[in-house]
Design a protein around this ligand. Sequence first.
Ligand code: MG
Length: 390
Amino acid sequence: MDTVAIIVAAGVGSRAGGEIPKQWQLLEGIPIVGHSVLRFAQCVDKIVLVIHPKHQSYADRLINNLALQTPVDLVHGGETRSRSVHNALEWLDGKAVSKVLIHDGARPLIPRRVIDDVINALNDSVGVAPALAVCDALWKGVNNIVTDTVSRDGLWRAQTPQGFRFHEILSAYRNPTTNVLTAADDVEIARLAGYNVTIITGDEDNLKITFPQDFIRAQNILHKEKKVPKMNMRVGNGFDVHAFCEGSHLWLCGVKIPHTRSLLGHSDADVGMHTLTDAIYGALGEGDIGVHFPPSDPQWRGAESHIFLRHAVTRAHERGYKIANCDITLICEEPKIGPHQEKMRQALASIMVIDRSRISVKATTSERLGFTGRKEGIAAMATVLLASET
Ligand code: MG
């Protein structure tokens, strides 16, 4: 009889723009949910990964890249977390499962000790869940004024994985008198069905990634685990090309330059800003503009490129990095860049909210060789250094 982990990652995360949902964002080069999959793969016989149908390609790529010995089944989730869990439990029915551990895909750093403790405690209990006692004082407050103090006696902070004997939790989910839609978690569903759930000690490192700053905390925990020396600088490069087309002006590094031709592109075709944006994504190890703002998405048609650059800079800040400096080279025979260089530095400085002394924009020709030499388009390259104090 098998022990199975159900990892629930079916949320769609709904920040605006071309955002990748939280559980599929990269943490140290692996999607957040991938960290959970890797950790459970060492402890259980099978993993069921519950995903949104929209994320099938992310999941296929993850499973292919991890190439685990432990089988990973993909199950599509429902419109709520509890429906997603129920789908996974029904998928497992009849597959000789004895214990099931239900884990939140946004908790990537689940320590092996906690997984093993849940599995072992299921020998004596129908339900087992990790938690930490509340040790801070608890208040109620309205408009930032404390209105009451709440006793913390007997209060716990719930974590996952919440473990159950399989048939009992499946029957709890199937019980028509249990309103699974309003239940806070699987423990509540088990309790509504009359089962006792035993608390075991959780772990502070088993954090749920909720806010942008949680990425930094998670990175630090991973570095501590891997004994990685603190790496607080990252370098990235970018390269981009846009062809000339008919027109009367072009955008370069955030400056509108009157010219006898324009640059062709899906957005405003600001080749300088694109290459700088790609360099920042590159330094973070988070792809390029096309990943975050797919050209296939009509909402980015004609988009002003500062949207892309601001996004990349915000991303760096969320990961705890500042832009130390950047250096852009524009490669073209025309237009003349020199008269606009200082305006470009100033435009980029205000978008990136750094001093212009940290920004270099320079230009070169390719000695009339190649496509830039034939004046068919403009190429640009950039290097950026990100620095972190954490
Ligand atoms: Mg481009």
